[in-house]
Ligand binder design. Structure first.
Ligand code: C5P
Length: 213
């Protein structure tokens, strides 16, 4: 199948030397891309900057900002059988990007932020994508409820939910402990490496494709 994966954190510039980002390492998305490729799928990996090796034999599309990621998804999603959105997209970006380095001339500085596009939310609603759609939810509270709300609002087939308040799993870790949240049920997955979890998620995607006919 054709598989699209978004990965990594986006980087939202403030001026030529500074940017806003988050702690996502991109490991989960890269593990998904690699596992997909090893299972014989044609993988398109759209990624924000990371320090990871780019898996060979995947179509790699590097991006920096959420807006660039949205454009890359828009161009590529039509050809996909499954799309997994694991990128940690910055929810906000500076409303203004200074073309010169901002100097420290004042005691305080206010940055105005504006909402970034919701890329996962655009898949069904804007791009009319009708393949398998998988989102991620990183939450510090009400994990299952919040994931299920996301699943409904963004019309996902599956949301992979992880509790980022737990130490040693999730963000920037090699392991993760997640819930697979489906419209009608939830399947807890015990802690495992992101490599193994990638195979678990891809098996779940395959099952969804079989169920969907
Ligand atoms: O709403 P929240 O950011 O928690 O949703 C997380 C899910 O939505 C992830 O799958 C993430 O990749 C995706 N997302 C996105 N575009 C955004 C924000 C999140 O694709 N602007």
């Amino acid at each position: 199948m054709n598989l699209l994966v978004t990965a990594g954190a986006t980087r939202e510039p403030i001026d030529p030397v500074r940017y806003l980002t988050n702690r996502s390492s991109g490991k989960m998305g890269y593990a998904l891309a690699l596992a997909g490729q090893q299972l014989g799928h044609r993988v398109t990996l759209i990624s924000g900057p990371t320090s990871l090796d780019i898996p060979s034999l995947v179509d790699f599309i590097p991006v920096e900002t959420a807006k660039e990621m949205l454009e890359a998804v828009k161009l590529n999603i039509g050809a996909q059988d499954a799309a997994i959105f694991s990128a940690a997209v910055a929810d906000y970006r500076p409303s203004f990007i200074s073309d010169r380095k901002i100097k420290k001339t004042t005691d305080s500085l206010t940055l105005e932020l504006v909402r970034n596009p919701d890329i996962l939310g655009s898949a069904r609603h804007q791009f009319k994508y009708d393949g398998i759609l998988v989102g991620f939810a990183a939450e510090t509270e009400n994990l299952e409820t919040n994931a299920r709300t996301k699943l409904r609002q963004k019309e996902c087939d599956l949301v992979v939910a992880n509790d980022i308040s737990k130490k040693g799993i999730g963000f920037d870790s090699d392991h993760n402990e997640v819930l697979l949240v489906y419209p009608e049920h939830t399947r807890p997955i015990p802690t495992e490496s992101k490599e193994r979890l990638a195979y678990t998620i891809l098996r779940a995607v395959d099952d969804l494709r079989v169920e969907g006919g």
